[in-house]
Ligand binder design. Structure first.
Ligand SMILES: *[C@@H]1O[C@H](CO)[C@@H](O)[C@H](O)[C@H]1NC(C)=O
Ligand SMILES: *[C@@H]1O[C@H](CO)[C@@H](O)[C@H](O)[C@H]1NC(C)=O
Ligand SMILES: *[C@@H]1O[C@H](CO)[C@@H](O)[C@H](O)[C@H]1NC(C)=O
Ligand SMILES: *[C@@H]1O[C@H](CO)[C@@H](O)[C@H](O)[C@H]1NC(C)=O
Ligand SMILES: *[C@@H]1O[C@H](CO)[C@@H](O)[C@H](O)[C@H]1NC(C)=O
Ligand SMILES: *[C@@H]1O[C@H](CO)[C@@H](O)[C@H](O)[C@H]1NC(C)=O
Length: 408
């Protein structure tokens, strides 16, 4: 008798794994910039190749390799302990099949022989997009209180070649520790109708001409998911608690073992790992208290851009499987983005993931940065069984502006 529970749990996990089919990328390049060793494995078990003598770097003149002087705690050896330093413009050319790719740039602003990368200021382009403008990786890490920074972009590659160019700013230099290119299905592109724009009835089309920069990817109410734990797209998912407005909502929930996550036909199983859907953040157990509050997250963003916000929902509690048990309103920047969200009504059952996309235009203010906020509030109108609200996952992307730029 004692062993029944663990067996059931194991069985559930097994089903999750089988149902969540991983995507197998056609192209996957992991370039360990400035590394001595031709091939090395990182702590996540991924194999990186050195860019020394690499076919991807057309003109290595004006650049050199260097090793980091110090290694801060929690900074992996690969790809962070080596870098390529550029004192003139340099281009990497990656042959990839036409379609969407994730481009990831890894930066660890350490001291590299005579070049203190904390002072490096540079721009980076990919094809016709300006990804970074007068970027200082040290300031970026200081701002987020992290030792290194990974910039991730979702780009459409025409003609089978992705070119990434590093351009030092005047009297400065550029550096990079690692470059990753991985092909991906068009999972963030709009369907024919386009994405809803909050506060407008005119939809927005995310198509092949759109480049996205990933800003936030959260496993709401859950734990960090490393790239190896993603669905073959090598994204990472972090904990949502730093973005929560009110620490009262420490309430998280994990799926009942007998609720299995089943992706509907309309949603590919590589959309997000099943782990994103088996955890959620709820409001408190006190319905009356919940009516007086909003469950709110705040995300600092640049003012002069448009954003794509994707919300992941899945009702994973076994006792919530009927319509009108939990109904809530979804607000973005104080406007109703979706009224009366009843996840079970949208999916016909519990255990079924559901995704909503919204395009958000930030109000013009004097401040170059402001908070994009997402809030949930129980909707008492239809007298649902519980006054509560929940969210399983959230992603926020910056959309390139009219001149193809993602930098300020
Ligand atoms: C880089 O590659 C060249 C040959 O392609 C080799 O001569 C050189 O030693 C390599 N440098 C390092 C630091 O591995
Ligand atoms: C690098 O490229 C930029 C943009 O094309 C150009 O303005 C700049 O002069 C180039 N720098 C050098 C050193 O060639
Ligand atoms: C966008 O990419 C898809 C997939 O490669 C392709 O079928 C479609 O024709 C492209 N659309 C445009 C407008 O380039
Ligand atoms: C590198 O520059 C940063 C910022 O200017 C400074 O704090 C740091 O001490 C420098 N490191 C070295 C090794 O000179
Ligand atoms: C929740 O947010 C909405 C939208 O900004 C606002 O109208 C409402 O007053 C808020 N409710 C509470 C209880 O804070
Ligand atoms: C994004 O950049 C492309 C290429 O410059 C451009 O065609 C497109 O209109 C831009 N998108 C937006 C929303 O401005």
């Amino acid at each position: 008798m004692v062993s029944i529970y663990p067996i059931v749990l194991y069985f559930t996990l097994l089903i999750n794994v089988i149902l969540a089919e991983d995507y197998i990328p056609t192209d996957h390049i992991l370039l360990n910039c400035g590394a001595f060793d031709p091939k090395v494995t990182d702590s996540d078990g991924r194999r990186w190749s050195s860019d020394n003598g690499s076919k991807f770097l057309s003109s290595p003149k004006g650049s050199f390799r260097a090793s980091a002087t110090t290694q801060a705690p929690n900074v992996g050896k690969v790809p962070y302990m080596s870098a390529r330093i550029f004192y003139s413009n340099a281009t990497y050319s990656f042959p990839v099949s036409p379609g969407r790719v994730f481009l990831r740039l890894y930066f660890y602003p350490n001291s590299y022989s005579r070049s203190n990368a904390s002072n490096a200021v540079f721009s980076v382009t990919a094809g016709s997009y300006a990804l970074l403008r007068n970027f200082n990786a040290f300031q970026a890490t200081q701002k987020h209180d992290v030792p290194y920074i990974i910039k991730e972009y979702y780009i459409y590659v025409h003609g089978g070649m992705l070119t990434v160019t590093f351009m030092p700013s005047t009297k400065s230099f550029a550096f990079v520790n690692g470059i990753e290119v991985v092909s991906t299905p068009s999972i963030y592109d709009s369907n024919d109708v386009g994405a809803n724009v909050v506060g407008s009835s005119v939809p927005f089309q995310i198509d092949n001409s759109t480049a996205l920069e990933s800003l936030y990817r959260l496993n709401v109410g859950g734990n960090y998911i490393a790239p190896a734990g993603d669905t073959g797209l090598y994204r990472s998912w972090s904990d949502d608690s730093p973005y929560l407005l009110d620490s009262l909502f420490e309430i998280t929930n994990v799926a009942d073992p007998d609720v299995k996550i089943k992706f509907p036909k309309s949603l590919p199983s590589y959309t997000a790992p099943a782990d994103v859907y088996t955890t959620a953040r709820f409001m408190t157990q006190d319905s009356m208290l919940n009516l007086k509050m909003n469950l709110t997250w705040l995300f600092p963003v640049d003012t002069r851009f448009i954003y794509l916000v994707r919300l992941h929902f899945c009702q994973m509690l076994s006792n919530i499987d009927k319509v009108n048990q939990i109904v809530f309103n979804l607000y973005i920047n104080g406007q109703t983005a979706f009224p009366e969200v009843d996840v079970v009504a949208l999916t016909n059952s519990n255990g079924i993931p559901y995704v909503m996309d919204f395009v958000v235009i930030m109000p013009i203010t004097k401040d170059p940065q402001q908070d994009l906020w997402v809030a949930l509030h129980p909707d008492p109108q239809d007298k649902p069984q519980y006054y509560n609200a929940f969210l399983n996952g959230l992603e926020i992307f910056k959309i390139n502006n009219t001149d193809g730029s993602l930098g300020l």
